[in-house]
Design a protein around this ligand. Structure first.
Ligand code: MLT
Length: 317
């Protein structure tokens, strides 16, 4: 009788000596990576003290890393942490090597993260009103960084250009960690990025902060005085970046359940919640924490952002 290798049974998942890899489809050190590393830490105990690591597979928005997980062995040991890109890619890319709706198991959502519009430290304007004047005076000569077509930073930049009807030169990076390095170095003028990556830089006054992309101002001390883009005249401008955990289609139901149970415990981990809230993120507590609620939400977001992106049209470079 051929011995079935330990761990081949879903009930054994996860076995002690196997590592669970959370693939992050953006460069290390960015906002997606930040959420993944905090989550990996919080998942270890609920999964029985197994090793949970983060591996970055960046490039082409998040399509390369997402494709890697779509074709990984569906055994629960290779997972994807991605965000609103799962809703923008189907519209942004004519041909994707995977289908968001049918090539993944939706394991549950993690958090919602606001975004901030920030500038290089040498940018002349010191507040949003002055930024608007500066943009009007420098039309055609402004650079905006982002993490590739369909990324959160690209989506925010696209919507911002469309809302103020000013086209900027977009500079793509493998994530907003390298984009932030160039912004701080003065190589690019503007960046719209998640508070999980910008709060520290704003506190350290490494960048200029102009506005937030939520309808309500934020409570985080370093961000609470930033106006919303909505109150600054861009009526209803709202971009919040939700993060979710995914496994390849065909991952056994028993494995999915163990991962979702562990996720629910991780989201209640006071350490995890404190880290996330300190960076302006809000941990999910509604029905999106369940696989069905997660999938339903993402499918609706694909339609919602598809329509918004198409309406923004010519700014989608
Ligand atoms: C983005 O979508 O802008 C990404 O979150 C950037 C990143 O995580 O590096």
């Amino acid at each position: 009788v051929a011995l079935i290798p330990a761990g081949a049974h879903a009930e054994d998942f996860p076995v002690k000596n196997k590592t669970i890899t959370i693939v992050v489809p953006y460069a290390a050190g960015g906002p997606t990576d930040r959420v993944a590393r905090d989550l990996a830490e919080a998942l270890r105990k609920p999964l029985g003290d197994v090793s949970v690591v983060v591996d970055n597979t960046a490039g082409a928005g998040s399509t390369i890393g997402t494709a890697r997980v779509a074709r990984a062995t569906p055994d629960g040991y290779t997972l994807l942490l991605n965000h609103i890109s799962m809703a923008t890619m189907p519209t942004m890319y004519r041909k994707l090597p995977f289908s968001v709706s049918s090539d993944f198991e939706f394991l549950g959502m993690v958090n919602d993260v606001p975004m901030t519009l920030i500038g290089r430290p040498t940018l002349p304007p010191n507040n949003y009103k002055e930024l608007s004047t500066w943009i009007a005076q420098n039309k055609g000569n402004i650079t905006l960084g982002h993490a590739g077509l369909g990324s959160a930073s690209h989506l925010c930049g696209l919507l911002y250009q469309s809302a103020i009807k000013v086209e900027m030169t977009s500079v793509p990076y493998k994530g907003t960690a390298p984009a932030m390095t160039d912004l701080i170095g003065g190589q690019i003028d503007l960046l719209c990025d998640q508070t999980t990556n910008t709060t520290g830089q704003i506190e350290a006054k490494k960048v200029k902060a102009y506005a937030v992309t939520t309808l309500q101002r934020l409570r985080t001390p370093a961000l609470k005085d930033l106006p919303t883009l909505d109150e600054s005249g861009l009526k209803n401008f709202q971009v919040t970046i939700w993060h979710g955990l995914y496994a390849p289609k065909g991952t056994p139901a028993a494995v999915q359940k163990k991962l979702n149970d562990a996720l629910k415990q991780a989201l209640k981990d006071p350490e995890f919640v404190k880290k996330q809230e300190g960076l302006g993120a809000v941990v999910v507590t509604d029905g999106r924490i369940d696989p069905a609620g997660h999938k339903k939400f993402v499918l609706a977001e694909i339609d919602k952002w598809g329509a918004i992106i198409k309406a923004a049209g010519s700014y989608a470079d």
